[in-house]
Design a protein. Sequence first.
Lengths: 323, 440, 279
Amino acid sequence: MTVQDSSPADTSGATVAEEATSRKKGKPALSEGKKAERKLGLWLCAPAFFVMIAVTGYPIVYSIWLSLQRYDLRFPAQQEFVGFDNYGAVLTNSYWWTAFGTTMFLTVVSVAIEFVLGMALALVMHRTLVGRGLVRTVALIPYGIVTVVAAFSWYYAWTPKTGYLANWLAADAAPLTDQWPSMFIIIGAEVWKTTPFMALLLMAGLALVPDDLLKAAAMDGASAWQRFTKVMLPVMKPAILVALLFRTLDAFRIFDNIYVLTGGAQDTGSVSMQTYDNLVKGLNLGIGSTMAVLIFITVAIIAFIFIKVFGTAAPGSDDGGKR
Amino acid sequence: MGKRIGAGKRGRSPGRTAVLLGAGALVTGMLAGCGSGGGLKINVYYAPEDSFQKVVDNCNQAAGGRYEIVYNKLQRGSDDQRLQMARRLAAGDTAMDVLGLDVTWVSEFAEAGWIDEWKDQNKAAASEGVLDGPLETATYNGKLYAAPKNTNIQLLWYDDRITPTPPKTWDEMIQKSKELKAQGKPYSIVFTGAQYEGLVVFYNTLVESMGGHILSDDGKSVVMDDGAVKALALLKQITASGITDPSLTNSKEDDVRQTFQRGDAAFELNWPFVYASYAKDKASDVQHMKWAVYPEAQAGTPAKTTIGGYDLAISSLSAHKPEAYEAALCLRSAENQKFSAINDGVPPTIESVYHNDTPLDPSKPAGDDNPNMAIKYPMRDSILDALKDAAVRPLTPAYQNMSTVMSKVLSPPAEIDPKATADKLREQLNDALQSKGVIP
Amino acid sequence: MVMGTVTTGRKVRWGLVDILVLVFALVPVLWVVSLSFKTKDTLTDGSFIPQSWTWQNYADIFQTSEFLLALVNSIGIAIISTVIAVVLGTMAAYAIARLEFPGKQLLVGLSLLIAMFPQVSLVTPLFNIERNLGLFDTWPGLILPYITFALPLSIYTLSAFFREIPWELEKAAKMDGATPAQAFRKVIAPLAAPGVFTTAILVFIFCWNDFLFAISLTSTTASRTVPAALSFFTGSSQFEDPTGQVSAAAVVITIPIIVFVLFFQRRIVAGLTSGAVKG
């Protein structure tokens, strides 16, 4: 339905774009077609742009402003502008750096595993010869389960005597009370829950790989691995970027899983949990917002690196695709 | 060409969007429309409690139509409850009248100016016959800020098939536990050892039982005296001697209950709710589940046990304060406290309720289907004894900060080094009290 | 299929791989299902299959209208948000992938920025705004933030797909005598469909599972969604978690997700090959 909806615009857009490409590089004054293209582009983007600005503009600016204040909700009289003092306080605090290290570790390891598993899962969902609908639907269920409930089920599974996993795999030990075992359980829960997200995006990317291209490669004697790396991966690059980018952004803000599984004990707490403790439990809006801004900056750096690495595969990059 | 199509697009999709939004708004309007009648409403914000609506109905009847109390159920998680109320109060919400506060929030809400002081006859009515400990939780800087609704206190639970008599002191209990372990019987001592408020409650009990203090009496400075350091040593001794459950550092109230109920522990330190669950799930064994007050930390001096519970406060932004006071007083009246105690298992704050043997339906004899306090609270004498030696958690507006810091520094308890940990606590609690610096 | 012929051996191999995937995905889910059928006293007995079965947890959650109302809210809010987010996202993504216009970088950067900012710090200001505008505790009060936070993902996903679509096929189709509408319906729509439906599924699940906004921007059953409603369930006392009921509710609310995915996954198939168009 949504696709039908945008039909006329798409059709014309294609034509406009073709005109644009045919005129390539030449930079005379804006032609009629160019102007029309600009206008259409702006109109198409306007609704999304205004919704996003209307809802988040003020809250984001307000958070940044709060991060420059001493502001504890319970001591409203003490509110004052303190410049970057809050940043100094957070960045010199050892708890923050411990949580930061933990979060980084969890992010890198879980996203790496998710990518490999997600790619495998995507290939299976895309190519399997039997029960494709079943596999696709079932594989997505973990992503559809409410995170808190999923985390609770893992908590129960790994608690000695009450859980099947603890009873089978770690009799008489309580893995969730040791740092490294709990880290890996957290990663396990996270990977299980979000691999389908990765797989779904990658599968949609796979759907764009033209079959005849693969056939041609096979006829040229390319091995399966070569076909994967030389034919499929390049076409999937934009999809891979989106999948990795959004998973990393989310993984870095991990909260529910840890909150339920260990409550942040044994240095398994993430930066989001620390933000929660300061902002929500501590009602310290100044420090809490500072942490939020720092998380934001970190994530922005990660995103920037991703986009640089992927270069022109990034959405909106000047070279609008290779076709 | 693009222009023409662009115009067509403009006319189409946003229109549809508006229709959808409009439809959404319409549905919401209709939903919001029902249920709003005339009359004065008193909004009560309180934690979920199964039979509390019944108490509200009782009080509405008593109000005789002058006002209607509306029970706005808050979430189960206490952080969520507090956040919900704090966020509304900070935003100047005038639609909140009566607030159900956990005993550790009263100072904080009072300091922020969110709740009113109880004075004169309201104060007299709210404190009449109330046990000292619960009353202290509702007091800040010598002023009463809430009416104690229900209290809670931990007891020592044991199985008389394993230990016929309860240990009197911690030393005795640790000794006994080691013997049981050597005999291959269930031996462990279980309590809330996870990194959260429960660990702080446990530590606070040990400190107070040692005669120590974490904060000064006015709650403004950190003391961490000798008793507090001894309590650290005891906490370490308990957790480092191999007599606790392997999942101690991930155990909260319900995990502790389950461990004991499964028969995997010899001693359980927990709130009285564990009795009702045991009676329901293992009715045939319940006659062996016994209780006693907490063991003594210093032989000869009764333990002082940390209390919990809820207090009812009046929002300072309430537009109907006289009615709000009246409603709050009704919701925690002796009769309604008894009702809640029997139906929802929340121990009363008014002493006389413990001795009241009239069943729920006074016209019929007491029995399992018409329970009274004696049937539902066979341990009521122990509760009362413990309440008379109650320990209140430090009364400071920065309690939440303190609690987060303490649970972090005390975790895992087996790795405590009394001197060093005490120094660490002193330093970090100081910052936490002034809400400076970072909470872990 | 793509390469080689479909032999029984290949089918069996794929069957085994499928089973592996099913086990990976389903075992923890079955554990939740199992928890939902356990009686209260066997809840923590550690056995994977309930020793004694009960429907009590399901009966409990439907005892009052609260859960049902929350279910209605969840379905309505998630569907409306998904439709709007996908439509707006498609428009913007098309422009980003295909058109040259000023401010493109700004939009791409802005949407990523929104996706990156920790939501927990945005909730309180949003709460204040919505209260002042009368949007607090209404459907639009949740739909608007959902659209906003789903848009970045929609825009990125869709523009990634749109740029990979071989748009020149459309021209080829028109040369073969198809009208623009036909060319779009027969050529472009099928190619765009995987991206669009993938986005729809992801957005729907995002709206469906959101807890933070649902709990902060609602206060009554007028707009409370299921994940928020779960946090109002009570155990038999303050300290007992209603694990059985929460598991039962989790099972119930996973069903619409399955239906939704079942309905849309078949649209995510390999796009038409250029060969098919020519032929």
